[in-house]
Design a binder for this molecule. Structure first.
Ligand code: PEP
Ligand code: MN
Length: 271
């Protein structure tokens, strides 16, 4: 199983990673407030879009370079690593200067020139599954990056389009162990985009980790109703704390289950 380091953080190791932050960076104060809160609750990586791939050209498109400056400042102040989306090759040099991890969004998973260009950088990258990609297409897309030399690639299951619209996307939990088995790459579960519903983010985050995900990405905002994008799938601060507490319980349960399994195998305890 491939693991890699970003600074002191190991991706794909025993420790599960939490990436949290707003869908879009809306301003300096907003981002600093969120960064401080998610750091205090134990997150490892601050997420926030500066260049937003919105379905409608009339929606908020992100703060662009100004957003990147805020992201860097919030990362430096809190000690969190940062991740942000790259939409075009022209943005790449600037984003590499200001963020620790590159995100390729669902809409760009099939953008092979962009993937190749990212493959020639030395920045860790998280590639999100397109909502219309099969697992095989997803893995082949990741190979566009790997083939150019960049080996610090993690994947992200963020739901696919199905006939059912009770959720925004259908979070494909079964893909998680399959992808790990087929690719050996670390994989993150994104229950925000994967469901579009803040009321089921926590159980789906837990389910993703139980399925074998190496971490969770969730959207967090002090007032999701006022968020400029994706408010419906965003946790407020009390619910983010609740998620982190529940994940703590889950890690303890998983560690004890693992210990029992190892003891059984090594014969340290009777079955
Ligand atoms: C995001 O993470 O904010 C995002 C736009 O995600 P996706 O590309 O999965 O839609
Ligand atoms: Mn979003």
């Amino acid at each position: 199983m491939a693991t890699f380091k970003i600074g002191d953080l190991t991706i794909g190791g025993r420790q599960k990673i939490v990436m949290a932050g707003p869908c879009a960076i809306e301003g300096r104060e907003q981002l600093l407030q969120i960064a401080r809160e998610v750091k205090a609750r134990g997150a490892h990586i601050l997420r926030g879009g500066a260049y937003k791939p919105r379905t409608s050209p009339h929606s908020f498109q992100g703060l662009g370079p100004q957003g990147l400056f805020y992201l860097k400042e919030a990362g430096e102040e809190t000690g969190l690593l940062t991740i942000t989306e790259v939409m075009e090759p022209e943005e790449l040099d600037l984003i590499c200067k200001y963020a620790d991890i590159l995100q390729v969004g669902a809409r760009n998973m099939f953008n092979y020139p962009l993937l190749k260009r990212i493959g020639r950088t030395d920045k860790p990258v998280m590639l999100k599954r397109s909502f219309m990609a099969t697992v095989e297409e997803f893995l082949l897309a990741s190979e566009y990056i790997l083939k150019e030399g960049n080996q610090r690639v993690m994947l992200c299951e963020r739901g696919i389009r199905t006939f059912d619209h009770i959720t925004r996307n259908t979070l494909d939990l079964a893909s998680i162990p399959i992808i790990k088995k087929m690719s050996g790459l670390p994989i993150i579960v994104d229950p925000s985009h994967g469901t579009g519903r803040s009321d089921i983010i926590i159980p789906m985050a837990m389910a993703g980790l139980v399925a074998g995900a190496d971490g969770v990405m969730v959207e967090v905002h002090p007032n999701p109703k006022k968020a400029l994008s994706d408010g419906l799938q965003t946790l407020d601060f009390p619910h983010f704390k609740e998620m982190m507490d529940e994940l703590g319980d889950l890690y303890r349960y998983l560690a004890s289950a693992e210990e029992k399994r190892t003891n059984r195998i090594t014969g340290a305890t009777n079955p």
